[in-house]
Design a binder for this molecule. Structure first.
Ligand code: KIV
Ligand code: ZN
Length: 402
């Protein structure tokens, strides 16, 4: 099986469906260009039939963005697919992404259709989409709450109809890592038994995953599916998306990179993505600013505190050797500046380190004086203290009378 994991970014489609988010055209283009720079493989630009704004957004991005696949979402019917193609057709590498739900809950309450009817609609939609492009993805919405045997029937039918990527969404964030692993492994076995072994090996046919974060498991579930053999991961920058969001791109990419050893041990080789990790933080900040969905400080990788050390013991360790409390290099994901922050938990080592990095080399006695005063002054302060504050103390203690 191929060792490349394809990153399908849906920030501009599922991410934009976050409550309260609405991007205008120039903002979509700015994010689209940043995603190309970041190195994602596919950008899902929108759901063209859903609104004139989405249609125009997909059309413009399809025309403007080069060196990336552009996908557009369409329900499993002719009208949606025609409109999606109309929006997509100028793209360098267009992909039609058609979907229909496969769970009995959706069939009964939303679609009001039988399993046999949905099976036929899925097959027809993929065949119809293939009349426009050979690059067709099919998603079985609410796959994780679907009957596994029925889901496998749908998956095999759409593979035979020509789908190149088959996505198994955890639409409501319901599954757990072990269960999702077993589901993906089960579907791969079924596809192999149906004659798709070679296409799966070469990557000509791929299973994809798309996880929502309702139980906070979207990233864990996606990675579990990758271990089982999925090779496309659908995700968003900062994990934005409907309800609790989608799997966070930065967490998936950095786990594959940081724990390459683990994946190598399990799969025989490490898995790669095409992401330029140094662009992760700038892209995250751009998306936060334009969507208004600000990132919580303790968010992995891209949160303001993700690489910050304030407590004395951690600061002492990191100053001695960063590996004591850091598993990644902050520069590798695009952070700059110091990881040591001054606050009420900071110790003497951090104060000494900060002063030295600003050119001050104090005697032990002078350092103690500065440290005691620093501690006394900021003991009730909850926020970070700017480095210049220490220089203010030096001035007060030693230089003001000179
Ligand atoms: O969550 C979901 O099931 C989706 C599909 C349309 C892929 O967003
Ligand atoms: Zn989704």
């Amino acid at each position: 099986m191929i060792n490349r994991v394809y990153i399908f970014d849906t920030t501009l489609r599922d991410g934009e469906q976050s409550p309260g988010v609405s991007l205008n055209m120039s903002q979509k283009i700015e994010i689209g260009k940043a995603l190309v720079e970041l190195g994602v493989d596919v950008i899902e630009a929108g759901f063209p039939i859903s609104s004139p704004g989405d249609f125009e957004g997909v059309k413009t991005l399809a025309r403007e963005l080069k060196g990336v696949e552009i996908a557009a979402l369409a329900r499993a019917n002719r009208k949606d697919i025609e409109v999606a193609w109309e929006a997509l057709k100028e793209a360098e590498n267009p992909r039609i992404h058609t979907f229909i739900a496969t769970s009995d809950i959706h069939l009964q309450y939303k679609l009001r259709k039988s399993r046999e009817e949905v099976l036929e609609l899925a097959e027809e939609a993929v065949k119809f989409a293939c009349e426009f492009t050979s690059n067709v993805e099919f998603s079985a919405e609410d796959a994780t709450r679907s009957d596994w045997e029925y889901l496998a029937e749908v998956v095999i039918r759409v593979a035979r109809a020509g789908a190149k990527v088959i996505n198994i969404p955890d639409t409501v964030g319901y599954t757990v890592p072990q269960e999702y692993y077993e589901l993906i492994a089960f579907l791969i076995e079924k596809l192999k038994a149906a004659g798709f072994e070679e296409s799966l090996e070469t990557g000509e046919l791929q299973l994809s995953v798309h996880c929502h974060n309702d139980l906070g498991l979207a990233v864990a579930n996606s990675l579990s599916a990758v271990l089982a053999g999925a090779r496309q991961v659908e995700c968003t920058v900062n994990g934005i998306g409907e309800r609790a969001g989608n799997a966070a791109m930065e967490e998936i990419v950095m786990t594959l990179k940081t724990r390459a050893d683990f994946f190598r041990t399990r799969l025989g080789e490490a898995l790669e993505t095409g992401i330029n990790t140094r662009k992760i933080v700038p892209t995250s900040q751009l998306v936060a600013q334009l969507t208004g969905m600000y990132v919580q400080p303790n968010k992995a990788i891209v949160g303001a505190n993700a690489f910050a050390h304030e407590s004395g013991i951690h600061q002492h360790g990191v100053i001695a050797h960063r590996l004591t409390y850091e598993i990644m290099n902050r520069e590798d994901v695009g952070w700059s500046g110091s990881a040591i922050v001054l606050g009420k938990h900071s110790g003497r080592h951090a104060v000494d380190y900060k002063l030295r990095s600003r050119g001050w080399k104090l005697s032990k006695k002078a350092l103690s004086r500065i440290f005691e005063r620093f501690r006394a002054e900021i003991k009730d302060v909850l926020r970070r203290i700017p480095d210049e504050y220490l220089e203010g103390i030096i001035y007060d203690e030693f230089l003001s009378e000179a």
